[in-house]
Write a protein that binds this ligand. Sequence first.
Ligand code: GLN
Length: 525
Amino acid sequence: MSALEIGEGIKSREFSCKEAAESYLAAAKIDRAAAAANSGQAVAAKEGQAAAANGGQAADGSSLAVNAYVTIMEEEALAQAEAVQKRIDSGEVLHPLAGVPVAVKDNICTKGTKTTAASRMLNNFIPPYDATVIQRLHSAGAVIIGKTNLDEYAMGGSTETSYYGVTRNPWNLETVPGGSSGGSAAAVAAGFAPYALGSDTGGSIRQPCSFCNLTGIKPTYGSVSRYGLMAYASSLDQIGTMGRNIRDCAEALSVISGYDEKDSTSVMKEAFDFSESFGKNIKELRIGVPKNYFDIGISEDVKASVLEAAKTFESLGASVEEFEIPTIEYAVPAYYIVACAEASSNLSRYDGIKYGYRSGDAKDLLEIFYRSRSEGFGKEVKRRIMLGSFVLSSGYFDAYYKKALQVRGLIKKSFDDAFEKYDVILSPVSPTTAYPIGGQIEDPLAMYLADIYTVSINLSGLPAVALPCGFGKDGMPVGMQLIGKAFSEKTLVKAADEYQNHTDYHKQMPGAAVIGSADGKGGQK
Ligand code: GLN
């Protein structure tokens, strides 16, 4: 069921908030137990050791778990479900998502519940406060059922760098779910949560949605509070929503968006209101398709599905025209310089003193810094801290960091120019469908290059919606993205809704039971 259908069921008393929570908790717990049994995580967790790097892989290869959650919040969820049920029973009119379970990426702070960023550094960190988005979910009556796995500190695109083991794609358990919000995507795709929150610094909501056949919104920079989101690259990070269809994502975004005095980059006065955005025709819509996006190492089946979607939009009455975005080749280098520079600065707070992991072996202060950071951070995080420190160091600052900021300005301008002519830009999300686990992790450059279609959007602060538009030759989902002007989320939602009202890609689910399936392949053929 979609999140809104569950909300309806609760309102009409088909089932209670508690029953809804229990059913998702049960599914999530089976997966968690399988992952723990397979990888020795239960023991590892007790001893405070690293979970097996191949989390979810059975020793005898017999059954694979998705490993979507780092923490399942059973007690808290059931208490919240009961509290919301009381509010509903007393006749209070609540948000359509009241009582509906939701999963939250584990880099968003939840008071009293461990929040790890999937790092050893924060393995025992219990935040003393809620992120603003969490407070807003609670006020709307949402029931948070758990914290989902991610690439360590949201740095990655495959959810393979987590301290808690890899997450697997429910469509084919041998492939990655995408990342860094791979746990949130896998949880929704596998039926362990009806919708989820993720964060997107360079594609981390859109790319996992694309790999797992989901819909997701990366909102305009400044529209959702970052207070309580563990910072990766502050000028790019934005929290957004992931679900089975655009209506679920839009309703959830209306809950979490809007001004927050605790975030100095928060700019939107009111929360989004999408009540007028559903079931509308798109006859006035002008869509631009950047044709140079389709001849840079994109796989043929992804290209075909996205271009087919352009035709569908045309048949629905939108005007579709080809054009070029000249800055695409600079997007990845500019992004990785800016993102790593900000990451190196943001992550300097983890010093082993104030909070987080502290090495037991240090003999003096400098050794505490040195050993805690060496032992607490994983390889990819260290790579980015080093890259970032390098581009910010004197002598290289002008050549790299300053140059990247100038290029960032040019990239933004190329989108501004396009929006003089078009309301929406239609583009692929990722050059390929989900690839095998282990396929790219040893080749960081290949992994970075796969972010080519998503990172410009964050560099420009723009909103984008990712949604399913077909299946590749391998049976795996293909996604497209609709990019809009700053704060044009309503237009994007309207376009995505009209598309989903006339197609059924988003309704497809992974095949056979995921857990314990004989060949590990749940994907559609
Ligand atoms: N894959 C990109 C990176 O590794 C994006 C990550 C994100 O959006 N959090 O930086």
